[in-house]
Design a protein around this ligand. Structure first.
Ligand code: XMP
Length: 513
């Protein structure tokens, strides 16, 4: 297995992700736990030293134990990892002085044909992504330069005899297009066959859950979304019925959703699942409320209350399971305390653990969305379930601008179901990040048969996106839009006008509230 020593870079997890893509098993451990004894127990086949925010010339900057370089295994230093490696092996690092490079840079080859860069330089230069202030000033003995950039004369260096390699740029990020090739070369040099699988990850995750939970009990708020579902099924495999799932139906679910979720998890997976129908509670608290933030806050607060009451009724549990993904982890770290403004108060169970004094079980914390889907497949969740579009915690409340009524929700559910049905029938579902109907708080005049109608207007929303942070509207054909509008107006009583929302994000958001 491969050891990644983490010096605190924002992108360390991406190294792990790239290695998993190469079917190599790795673990990330923070530098302060990596001692000589740790290394002996871990017995790595190769070591990667990550980037990080510290500065090598500072007296107290972090170091790996020198033993890392005496294991006889290949070592790759990235960014800060390169600098610390050079310094420890006898080179020098200078503090940034007008040599900083941030973002895209180009490196060119030297005479050294390094195995590390095999497959690089099809053109004369390669694009890489840099993010450094300091840089290596003098190489450690034994190293030679394999690639240089204007700001980093030692952009890639190698000591092939000892199989030590170090790069100033970040091969793990998307903006270093040949970075994957570099990492692949490194793991091949280290002798990995690339035979690790998501099945192995699942076994390892199960072992880790067992170790963390011991004979404790776990409760989990199951929303029916992919993340909480995969987390729940995984934890259930690990600890069986010491897991209890709670599905809070706030009356703001889509058509047939509660039946699908409870049916699948209770009947198919045999998960201990408590289905709480709290629609009266939520809908009466939302009665007459039209401000979007107020809606979100009411739903968030009630959710915590209901969940807490249920946990108490079960006699408590030491652990709360959450389907937190790696992007959620980085965002909350990098923005915590920062000057970012709240665009929307997202509803999740984030306030729960502190309130309830519970410890968190977050088995997906290291994974990215597509990896969670793969893990879900590994756990036997059906494809149509795993590929489901995201659905926000506050549900239909934020797709019904203005005050919510049961009547409007019923109309919205029907229209939404038809829109999704159309998308599936036309084979477009998987090309779209998210699609839904928003019911507008206006009535407009129409004519059907020989009569006048005065009914609601609705908007169709469908976007493409990679992460939900930015999005573009989906370019449906006019035929598709026309057919869908006709179906909605003919099949749903209460809607007589259909519009298509062609706003991208930014400036729009995906949801309407
Ligand atoms: P916006 O509307 O902010 O949405 O562009 C971005 C993505 O986040 C989802 N979303 C939420 N998800 N709780 C959630 O779990 C929420 O409160 C929430 N609000 C928005 C939205 O559906 C889209 O995928």
């Amino acid at each position: 297995k491969l050891l990644i020593v983490d010096f605190g870079s924002q992108v360390t997890q991406l190294i792990a992700r790239r290695l998993r893509e190469l079917n190599v098993y790795c673990e990330i451990h923070p530098f302060h736990v990596v001692t000589d004894e740790f290394l002996r127990d871990f017995d790595p086949l190769a070591v990667i030293l990550s980037g990080g925010p510290a500065s090598v010339p500072d007296a107290d900057s972090p170091r790996p134990p020198p033993a890392v370089f005496n294991l006889g295994v290949p070592v790759l230093g990235i960014c800060y990892g390169q600098q610390v490696m050079m310094e420890m092996l006898g080179g020098t690092v200078e503090r940034g002085a007008g040599t900083a490079e941030f973002g895209r840079a180009f490196v060119s080859r030297t005479d050294l044909q390094s195995d590390l860069l095999k497959g690089w330089f099809a053109a004369d230069r390669e694009q890489v992504w840099m993010s450094h202030g300091d840089r290596v000033a003098r190489l450690a003995p034994g190293f030679a330069v394999a690639a240089t950039s204007p700001g980093a004369p030692f952009a890639a260096v190698a000591d092939p005899a000892r199989r030590f390699y170090a790069v100033q740029f970040h091969p793990e990020v998307h903006h270093t297009p040949s970075g994957r090739t570099l990492l692949e070369n490194f793991v091949r040099i280290a002798g990995f066959d690339g035979d690790w699988t998501m099945g192995a990850y699942r076994d390892q995750a199960i072992a880790a859950i067992r170790q963390q939970v011991g004979d404790g009990r776990v409760i989990c708020a199951l929303s029916g979304g992919v993340d909480s579902s995969v987390a729940a099924v995984l934890i259930h495999e690990a600890i069986g019925d010491r897991l209890t799932c709670v599905y809070v139906d706030h009356g703001l679910m889509r058509k047939g959703e509660s039946e699908q979720v409870t049916g699948m998890f209770r009947d198919h997976y045999n998960l201990p699942l408590i289905h709480l129908d709290e629609s009266d509670l939520f809908l009466s608290a939302l009665d007459g409320v039209s401000d979007p933030e107020e809606k979100r806050k009411i739903i968030g607060r009630l959710f915590i209350e209901v969940f807490q009451k249920q946990a108490d009724a079960l006699g408590g549990a030491e652990f709360l399971a959450q389907g937190t993904l790696y992007p959620d982890v980085i965002e909350s770290v990098s923005f915590s305390g920062g000057p970012s403004v709240t665009i929307k108060s997202h509803h999740n169970v984030g306030g729960l653990p502190e309130k309830m004094g519970m410890k968190l079980v977050e088995p997906l914390r290291e994974l990215f969305k597509d990896e969670v889907r793969e893990l879900g497949r590994e756990l036997g969740l059906p494809d149509h379930f795993i590929g489901r579009h995201p659905f926000p915690g506050p549900g239909l409340a934020i797709r019904c601008p203005g005050a919510i009524t049961r009547e409007k929700l019923a109309i919205l559910r029907e229209a939404d179901a038809i829109f999704i049905d159309q998308i599936r029938r036309h084979g477009l579902y998987d090309d779209i990040w998210q699609a839904f109907v928003a019911l507008l708080p206006v009535r407009t005049v129409g004519v059907m048969g020989d009569g006048r109608t005065y009914d609601y207007a609705c908007a169709l929303r469908a976007v493409t996106s990679v992460d939900g942070m930015t999005a573009d509207y989906y370019p449906f054909s006019h035929d598709f839009l026309g057919e869908t509008a006709t179906r909605i107006i003919n099949e749903v009583r209460g809607i007589n006008r259909v519009t298509y929302d062609i706003t991208s994000k930014p400036p729009g958001t995906i949801e309407w509230e």
